[in-house]
Design a protein around this ligand. Structure first.
Ligand code: SF4
Length: 504
């Protein structure tokens, strides 16, 4: 583990990339399921379509462990609405949980909701996965050719089959054996009868943090899940590391660490976790997301300042709540430092009550959809030169409607500033983007001025890739994946595609 001497909401905005999942695990607390519920609640932004918890309970009379499970479609609060789930079903002192975002075509497949569970010759095993495996088609085909029957359409299931088929002895060795065969992104919480195991792929695309409770240990995709349960962040599972928590660890305080086979590649942390996906109150890859986002905002102002035409002109800088809040603060402070008198204002107000159940307006009513989520504060926008800071622009549909709203509120000029380069390529490591031809940067032929015209703004400035890389932390040799901007994938891709694409 990377020790830490340092101790973070992105919103489900329209037209944003979506991550596939959040994972959480607890070892050694009699309230393991409740703690997992709170952890999953804090990680809700990482997946809103399904949620699940599995616990392991020891039965001394039968001298064996039993797994208990509860999972369903919906938000964490909906899935675990009934308190009896915790008192009657999810008993035990070890638990793992999962929040899932599914891709089109599989969102109605309940078997894909994680954690996935199997029982095999060496006991029970359950798994929660964040990321996408890039060689799963190949492995799945081999396994199917050999007679393996799949229960789900998820890439995660191949890990369970590889564990069950391993010739190694002992579950930890079997897990290492299985994980050495898969490629791509995985941050995992694995539950065996008597252990909690956390594992991260050698590239480390997705985060995975370790925390300490008074009673035991916790692992989570983001540290915001620790704060809600008063767990202390003690470090990250390193890229390529497999960490085991069991009774011995609880007694000695020495965490057991194993390593996957080395690859020639350096780690490739997903830079989008900093740009948009993680909560600003989290530490991700060991760093405060808030601090990194402020830095991105400052860098953006250095590259693309907005200047006033004269002493009487008013520059108003607004955020797109909530995901660009922090970056906007960085932008304003730096733009001021550069001598451009500008003021941070809350020009857009977001409704927190537009959920998945909102009746979707007809397709030609995109404006209504955006207005249901955002409204303008006309008094701060009227007659002003407005700078809208956003973290990323994907299709551009929401951005276009926001520009219309701001224009209708009386803005004199509108300038968009984006704390990321234009997105031009798909992600194969756990983030879901629309098709390449739907991305605004591609529809506009990669020409910034075409994007500006498409959005109907006076100017647009994207953070360059070089400046983005110069603005994120590089402690402990941190290195980043930028494939969705650059097209340079750190690994070969096994035909691409989404996480859950095998229709059954
Ligand atoms: S392609 Fe983009 S979203 Fe996917 S892991 Fe790389 S940086 Fe992150």
């Amino acid at each position: 583990m990377i020790p830490s001497d340092r101790s973070n909401t992105s919103s489900a905005l329209l037209d944003k990339p979506r991550d596939h999942c959040g994972v959480f695990g607890v070892y050694g607390d009699p309230q393991a399921a409740q703690l997992t519920y709170y952890g999953l609640h804090a990680l809700q932004h990482r997946g809103q379509e399904g949620s699940g918890i599995v616990t392991s309970e020891y039965h001394p009379d039968r001298k064996r462990h039993r797994f208990h499970v509860h999972k369903d479609f919906g938000l964490v609060n909906d899935v675990f609405r009934n308190e009896e789930i915790f008192t009657r079903t999810l008993r035990g002192s070890i638990a793992i949980g999962h929040n899932r975002y599914s891709t089109a075509g599989s969102s109605d497949n309940k078997t894909n909701i994680q954690p996935l569970i199997v029982n095999y010759r060496d006991g029970n095993i359950a798994i929660s996965h964040n990321g996408n495996l890039t060689n799963y088609r190949q492995i799945r085909k081999c396994l199917q050719d050999e007679g393996t029957i799949f229960q789900t359409t998820s890439d995660t299931e191949i890990i369970l089959h590889l564990i069950a088929r391993s010739r190694e002895s002992g579950q930890v060795s079997q897990i290492l054996d299985a994980l050495n065969q898969v490629q791509g992104a995985f941050s995992l919480a694995i539950l065996t009868d008597d252990k909690l195991i956390a594992a991260r792929d050698p590239h480390g695309w997705r985060p995975l943090a370790v925390g300490k409770l008074a009673t035991g240990y916790v692992v989570a995709s983001e540290t915001c899940a620790f704060d809600i349960i008063n767990a202390e962040y003690i470090g990250d599972v390193e890229p390529g590391e497999v960490v085991v928590f069991d009774r011995e660890v609880l007694e000695t305080g020495r965490i057991k660490s194993f390593h996957l086979k080395k690859t020639n590649s350096r780690p490739h942390f997903c830079i989008f976790e900093y740009i948009y996906f993680s909560r600003p109150d989290s530490r991700v890859f060991g760093e405060s997301v808030d601090s990194v986002r402020r830095e991105l905002g400052k860098s953006l102002a250095q590259e693309h300042p907005v200047t006033a035409a004269g002493p009487d002109e008013r520059i108003v800088v607004i955020n797109v709540p909530d995901s660009s809040n922090t970056a906007t603060l960085g932008y304003v402070s730096e733009n001021n430092k550069l001598g451009n008198d500008s003021k941070f204002e809350m020009g857009l107000i977001r409704s927190h009550y537009v959920g998945r159940t909102f009746i979707q307006p007809a397709q030609d009513a995109r404006e209504l959809k955006v207005r249901a989520k955002f409204n303008t504060v006309k008094s701060v926008l009227k007659g002003s030169k407005v700078v809208i800071v956003d973290d990323s622009i994907v299709r551009g549909t929401t951005a276009k409607q926001l520009v219309k709203l701001v224009r209708n509120a009386g803005a004199k000029e509108i300038h968009i500033r984006v704390t990321a380069p234009p997105i031009r390529h798909p992600c194969h490591y756990g983030m879901d983007f629309p098709r390449e031809d739907e991305l605004i940067a591609n529809r506009c032929g990669g020409e910034i001025d075409n994007i500006r015209r498409e959005l109907g703004v006076d100017s647009i400035g994207y953070l360059s890739l070089d400046k983005l890389l110069a603005s994120v932390p590089h402690n402990n040799g941190a290195n980043y994946c930028t494939a969705c901007f650059s097209g340079e994938y750190p690994t070969p891709i096994d035909g691409g595609g989404s996480k859950d694409e095998h229709e059954m």
